[in-house]
Write a protein that binds this ligand. Structure first.
Ligand code: ZN
Length: 186
C-alpha cells in the first residue's frame, strides 16, 4: 500500500522517490491531510485546461483568452503552464499558447509527441508569434522547429531576447528580466 502511494506521488512532475516518501509521511504525521484534500477538491471543481491556449482556466475562465483587455495581435508560445504563469505576471499584454513540452531527443520527445497542430492552426489570427522557450538545446530545437513550420506563413516570428545565461529556465527568471526580454525580442 505504502509503495503504491509513493509510486502515484512520483508520477507528479518534479517529485522524486525521496520527496514522495517525505510528502506521504508528513501528511500522516502532521494532520495536513485535510489541507491536501481541500486543495485537491478545489483543483477538481474550479480548475480546468483552456481548450484554446492550454493554460489553466479558473472557474471556466481563462485569464488570457477570456480577457477583454489583452492585445490579441500577439501570441507568445511557451513550453509549460508554469511558464505561462510567469508570463501572466509580466507586463506582456498579448495572448499565450502552452505547447506542453519541448522537443527532447534524449527523452524521445519528438515533434510528433507534441501538439504543434493546435498551435499552427491558431497562428493565422495573429500578427506576431513570440517564442519564449528555455535557453537550452531543447528550447532552441523547439523554437527552430516552429520557425520552420511557420516559414510559409506571413507572420512575424520573434524570440525573447537572451537576457540570461544559456541554460537558465523561465522558472528562475525575475520579472524585470522577463519584461526586458519581451522588450528586446528579435
Ligand atoms: Zn486560454
Amino acid at each position: 500500500m505504502i509503495e503504491d502511494i509513493i509510486l502515484k506521488l512520483k508520477g507528479i512532475n518534479g517529485i522524486s522517490t525521496k520527496t514522495a516518501e517525505k510528502i506521504l509521511f508528513d501528511l500522516i504525521s502532521n494532520d495536513k491531510l485535510d489541507d491536501l484534500t481541500e486543495v485537491i477538491a478545489m483543483i477538481n471543481s474550479d480548475l480546468s485546461l483552456c481548450d484554446k491556449c492550454f493554460f489553466v482556466r479558473e472557474n471556466k475562465k481563462c485569464i488570457f483568452c477570456d480577457a477583454n483587455d489583452r492585445n490579441n495581435s500577439k501570441l507568445c508560445v511557451v513550453a509549460t503552464i508554469a511558464d505561462g504563469f510567469r508570463i501572466s505576471k509580466s507586463k506582456y499584454d498579448g495572448l499565450i499558447h502552452v505547447l506542453g513540452g519541448e522537443i527532447d531527443l534524449r527523452k524521445n520527445i519528438l515533434p510528433d509527441s507534441l501538439d504543434f497542430n493546435s498551435l499552427i492552426s491558431r497562428v493565422n489570427n495573429f500578427k506576431e508569434v513570440i517564442l519564449a522557450f528555455n535557453y537550452t538545446i531543447e528550447g532552441e530545437v523547439t523554437s527552430n522547429y516552429i520557425i520552420k513550420r511557420l516559414s510559409t506563413k506571413k507572420i512575424k516570428v520573434t524570440k525573447l531576447a537572451k537576457g540570461m545565461p544559456v541554460g537558465n529556465v523561465l522558472d528562475y527568471v525575475d520579472e524585470t528580466t522577463l519584461n526586458d526580454a519581451f522588450k528586446n525580442r528579435k
